[in-house]
Design a protein around this ligand. Sequence first.
Ligand code: 13P
Length: 231
Amino acid sequence: MTEPTHPELRQAVIDTCLGMNRTHLNQGMSGNLSIRTGNGFLITPTSLPYDEMRPEDIVEMGFDGTYLGSRQPSSEWRFHRDILAARPDVEVVLHAHPTFATALAVHGRGIPSFHYMIALAGGDSIRCAPYATFGTQALSDHAVAALEGRLACLLANHGMIVLGTSPKGTLALAVEVETLARQYIFSLQLGEPNLLSPEEVARAGEKMRAMKYGQVPDDGGENDVARPRGA
Ligand code: 13P
């Protein structure tokens, strides 16, 4: 038997999926993950618990929808493929059904600019894509549209999709989106929260990008706002 390709990326897929379980973004067999390779992508197999996944179980796919390997790709391979094709800025696509994001999504609600941390998801809102049956081209089309200019969206009556440039950064953003969903649901208990203006979210986003605030160390830089002692 030939050795599976991209051994480090395969391990990164498994580690990130185990991270989804550890952070309670996922349970059971829900969710899936893909990482771009040179000319295609690696994706989790369908219906295999993350804690049983071995590197050779990860499926290699091309943008033409063909796959290599003994397991079948995730039922959501279409949106993984279409997002990676439409978004050259993205290396990793994460899909999960975490409780709070899904609770908003079953009402068809996205997340508005109630907190400046929303800027980490690339804009002043996280949209909720309309419902379509899992695995369909219609769901993929809705997801690509809802993600325009964004790194996250909710999927009505389903869950969330989060995008990133590294596995760790994508997992961290997914945890942040679920936290925002939880905070938003709590804030709704007291009535409609005050929203920040688009200008203020943009200002906070610029400042966070400059400081690498809210980003994992792998994704870059240092705090360049405070000056290190002796510098
Ligand atoms: P797969 O096991 O086929 O990836 O499906 C899980 C899921 O969450 C579908 O949306």
